[in-house]
Design a protein around this ligand. Structure first.
Ligand code: 1QQ
Length: 378
């Protein structure tokens, strides 16, 4: 992007905020084709997060075609590639998109552990990438071309601890987390730090590894210390087993968790012991602002199942990219400059922007697991 187009972009941003929504506008990129790479774990262990991500981009592709999502008259498409929850495949896909000559930006991958493999490659080439579900500590610090529209665990867990502590007045807690994954390790660190800061006695800390299936010895050690609360830093396959096995052992402690627990299928897989587990999130399906009501309605109509937070964050990423394209960004450098100049964009997550560290500016909601998903924690 040349220097003179930056004020033009800012001016257009103001116009876009006051312009009525509806038919697609004709922007500086009208008639151009823009191909965005998406890396998502549609299958494999993280498929529970990657499938709604894929669904959201397919909905966005339709909405761009119909003009409901305004890309300024450009032909904008999101090309979702399945990394199958395999870090090596994530790296291959990142390299493929970065060198195909037609992709100016990549969204994803799904997991922070994967982002720590692929984002350094993008950062070295100053290639723009945006995580939509990568919440671990240090993700955006990988370089100035790395953004995320997902709230980080450090932006969510302090509120999760504060709100549960205010309500339950607990004195002791145990922490169980995976120490071999960037996201689960972040959860272990931040839960421990925040619980201690709240004056809670952390009476036991247990670690596990991805693909572990038997958590009963760890849970038995935890139970022998009688904590009031158990904080869980785990991805879906392990989190559901931990919660289910805690129920089987008759453990009555309250459970709280990080982003890994944000899948609406927690209850249907973990069973009734998941009821009441508290988790901080970036979005709630029941939020009543109009853009969200419309998103929930059209996603549900298309897939026969409501969207979750991961779908919402991906659709929001599509809205951010559509906004950049509508304001003329089509090359990697124009995407970077556009991202740098974003102030506020209206998305299904609500109005969002980026802070100086390229993390999303937004606030968490605190939810409680129920049979068909989540409800607000009061
Ligand atoms: C991460 C996550 C996962 C739980 C979501 C996909 O937040 O890996 O950072």
């Amino acid at each position: 992007m040349n220097r003179t187009s930056v004020p033009a972009l800012a001016l257009l941003a103001v116009v876009a905020l006051v312009a009525p929504s509806g038919a697609a506008s004709k922007g500086p990129a009208a008639g151009k084709t823009v191909h965005i790479g998406v890396i998502a774990d549609v299958t494999g262990g993280a498929g529970v997060y990657g499938t709604p991500q894929k669904n959201a981009y397919e909905l966005a592709n339709e909405d761009i075609k119909s003009g409901k999502l305004d890309a300024g008259g450009a032909s904008l498409t999101f090309d979702v590639q399945d990394a199958a929850s395999d870090g090596a495949q994530v790296v291959n896909l990142m390299q493929k998109f970065m060198t195909d000559g037609s992709t100016p930006l990549v969204l994803g991958p799904t997991l922070s552990g994967e982002a720590f493999k692929a984002f350094p490659i993008a950062a070295r080439a100053n290639f723009p990438v945006m995580g939509t579900s990568t919440t671990a500590e240090g993700v955006t610090a990988m370089g100035p071309s790395v953004y995320r529209d997902s709230l980080a665990e450090s932006q969510v867990i302090p509120t999760t601890v504060k709100r549960t502590h205010d309500k339950w007045h607990y004195k002791s807690a145990a922490v169980i987390y995976g120490d071999d994954n960037a996201f689960t390790k972040t959860d272990g660190d931040i839960f421990t730090r925040e619980l201690k800061a709240a004056g809670v006695d952390v009476v036991d800390t247990e670690t596990f590894h991805i693909k572990d299936t038997d958590f009963q010895p760890a849970l038995t050690r935890i139970e022998s210390k009688h904590p009031d609360v158990i904080a869980i830093g785990a991805l879906f396959p392990e989190a559901t087993k931990i919660i289910q096995q805690a129920g089987k052992l008759g453990i009555k402690a309250h459970m709280i968790g990080g982003n890994g627990l944000n899948a609406p299928d927690m209850y249907s897989v973990a069973g009734p012991s998941a009821q009441g587990t508290v988790v901080g999130a970036a979005w709630y399906s029941g939020a009543k602002y109009p853009s969200n009501l419309d998103f929930v309605k059209s996603y549900t109509a298309k897939y026969g199942k409501g969207p979750d937070q991961f779908a919402a964050q991906s659709y929001a990423a599509a809205q951010i990219v559509a906004y950049l394209v509508a304001h003329g960004a089509t090359t990697k450098d124009e995407m970077l400059s556009g991202l740098h100049n974003v102030r506020v964009i209206q998305t299904v997550l609500g109005p969002i922007g980026f802070d100086p560290n390229r993390d999303v500016k937004s606030s968490p909601v605190i939810l409680s697991i129920v049979k068909d998903g989540f409800t607000y924690f009061h």
